[in-house]
Design a protein. Structure first.
Length: 486
């Protein structure tokens, strides 16, 4: 077995009257404390003796004693290893294991605990509208990654670089935003981040919780809400309907609250999939100028709009000076690539770059160059076109099967885009029904609501499921609702 790292052992502060006893106690202590695990390979006696500056016989004596006691095992022509079955722990003269004190953290960080729970739940949920990783052009991505590695070595970009991201990827994003989304931006207005969630966090850090609340739709993205509360913000809910965020209700909230920002997902509202109407978009921007608050636009899946052309982002419209636009490439490829971007005024982007310097200094230059390569070659556009066609077919299939199997139990409005359906149940879902749905990978309305909710909606993701999996998912949902008397 290869040993990729050297095992460093010290005889300082170890009890024992002789070198042999001190080495013996040190090794046994390492095993008892878990630093050496059953099966771990120990250095050879010659190598360990050289490391410690002792005679090789001293090491051999310690090894032989530990083999006799059952701590180590040794076989001919094989390395000495920690025994798979350790002897019962005896009271030996050993270095006590230090107790780890409980960390004292500010109370405002307690809000991060729900975020950890959200992460665990998201890992279990398979039906929330995530991309199908089986569609990723892996070979092309692998080749582009190799080219990115070679380029970064030759150009020196493997060293410290621009915290806003490599200029090549920002240029590729600028071309996409200009040509595909009607956004007139410069390189200085773009910052690459590790996914949209990081963009939300950095946006919130620009704001002062003492100078205003955050407004979110009543049903909204839980990790975003957790981000704002973890940074000390009060979150105020705004009503929503079939046209998206209710700007009339927002106007009422502005009469009673000082608002720092409004967070919204206007293209495909999360979780309801509603597309914000043009009138509401203009009203939101007008209010942002009138009351001087920031609009955080989370455009997390812009690429997957199936009816005609996608609606232009808020950031592309006139009077969008107060908009921070957040986009993601995770839905295009895979969440594990951790690539997103932020678009705002150059001054704000500079401040965001300063925050990145404090957190992780910069992104992964190799991944950024690889994705820039794929964007420049047109492969990303072709992949989006292919995935969009497949997802639209899956949307239509899911809608057809749901109407066929559950027409009297659920209803829905066919979304113009996105990766999920927002189902209305004919009856309120019980706690038992919600628990069973969670086990099947479905998320109920309660997950997205901070306050009291009606408990009649279910989010049905279709993008990551093939035809057979969609049919099976519909059958599971049908059985669950029938079992619960719905």
């Amino acid at each position: 077995m290869l040993r990729p790292w050297h095992l460093h052992i010290s005889l300082d502060d170890v009890s024992g009257s002789t070198l042999q006893e001190r080495l013996l106690n040190s090794l046994i202590t390492q095993i008892q404390q878990g630093r050496l695990q059953p099966g771990d390979v120990l250095p050879g006696s010659r190598a360990l003796a050289e490391q410690l500056g002792v005679n090789r016989k001293t090491v051999q004596w310690a090894f032989d004693d530990m083999i006799a006691q059952g701590w180590l095992v040794s076989e001919p022509r094989r390395a000495t290893r920690v025994s798979p079955v350790l002897p019962e722990v005896r009271e030996l003269e050993k270095v006590p294991v230090p107790a780890h004190a409980k960390l004292r953290v500010p109370n405002k960080l307690d809000a991060m605990q729900p975020a950890a729970s959200l992460a665990e739940q998201e890992q279990r949920v398979s039906n929330d509208g995530t991309p199908d990783l089986r569609l990723i052009p892996y070979e092309e991505l692998a080749r582009a990654t190799r080219r990115g590695l070679l380029e970064s070595i030759r150009s020196g970009t493997l060293g410290y670089g621009d915290p806003r991201g490599t200029s090549r990827l920002r240029w590729a994003i600028q071309q996409m935003l200009t040509q595909d989304r009607f956004m007139r931006v410069t390189l200085e207005q773009i910052c690459v981040v590790r996914g949209s969630q990081m963009g939300i966090f950095l946006s919130a850090q620009l704001l002062d919780p003492n100078k205003g609340v955050i407004v979110m739709e009543t049903l909204s993205y839980p990790p975003a809400r957790a981000t704002f509360t973890s940074l000390g913000f009060q979150v105020v809910d705004c009503r929503q309907d079939e046209q998206g965020l209710d700007t009339e209700h927002l106007h009422e909230l502005l009469q009673n609250h000082c608002v720092a920002a409004v967070y919204t997902t206007p293209h495909h509202q999360y979780p309801t999939t509603v597309c914000m109407s043009s009138a509401r978009r203009l009203a939101l921007l007008n209010l942002s100028l009138q009351y001087d608050f920031v609009v955080i636009e989370d455009d997390y899946d812009h690429e997957f709009h199936y009816d005609n052309r996608p609606v232009a982002p808020l950031a592309s419209l006139a009077d969008a000076q107060n908009v921070i636009h957040i986009g993601s490439l995770s839905k295009v490829f895979a969440p594990g690539l951790r690539l997103g971007y932020m678009v705002a005024g150059a001054e704000l982007i500079d401040r965001i770059a300063g925050q990145i310097m404090l957190v992780d200094r910069q992104g992964n230059a190799i991944v950024e160059l690889a994705v820039a390569d794929l964007m420049e070659s047109g492969l990303v556009k072709r992949h989006i076109r292919k995935a969009r066609k497949i997802y639209q077919q899956r949307r239509d299939l899911a809608a057809s099967l749901l109407l066929e199997a559950l027409a009297d139990k659920v209803s829905f409005d066919l979304p113009a885009g996105g990766m999920a359906l927002w189902l209305r149940c004919s009856k309120v879902l019980s706690e038992e029904a919600l628990a069973k749905l969670r086990l099947l990978g479905f998320i109920g309305e309660h997950f997205f609501a901070q306050g009291e909710d009606k408990g009649v909606h279910i989010r049905f993701g279709f993008a990551s499921l093939n035809e057979q999996e969609i049919a099976e998912s519909v059958q599971q949902l049908q059985k669950c609702l029938l079992d619960q008397g719905i």
